[in-house]
Write a protein that binds this ligand. Sequence first.
Ligand code: CA2
Length: 150
Amino acid sequence: MLIWVIHGPNLNMLGTREPGIYGASTLADINQGLIALGEHEGARVETFQSNHEGAIVDHIQQARKAGVGFIVINPAAFTHTSVAIRDALSAVDLPFIETHLSNVHARESFRHHSYFSDKAVAVIAGFGADGYRYALMHAIAQLRKQSQHS
Ligand code: CA2
């Protein structure tokens, strides 16, 4: 059971700026928590962050070869702009959950549109770092069901 967690641009800054919007946890804290939760549940979690759209596309393209069963992704600002990342996710055809720390719908109108939501298994927004944990638990539950039925 391998799950990839992918973080988009500026999320490497978490915990250093704007804690009122994005929380006080650093990205390292979040990633460590997800890896530990995965271990506890018998799943392998690998994390990746990039500020570069092409690097995220390249990474997603490797997912099938790497044996990934599910992707949790916070595309950050690329949520609202990136057809390229959307197409990469469609190309690998793996289930993914779109996760946001903040409630994007309670923010500026340009954050209300996502290039991902209509392709996602689920969308999580506004739970802060806990949103990643909810997404991961759902991914693990789905992969468990899949392996029981195969
Ligand atoms: O709420 C989210 O998770 C977002 O994906 C975060 C993006 C934003 O563009 C989306 O609309 C919603 C921005 C991430 C910026 O992260 C920072 C972290 C610390 C300090 C400054 C920015």
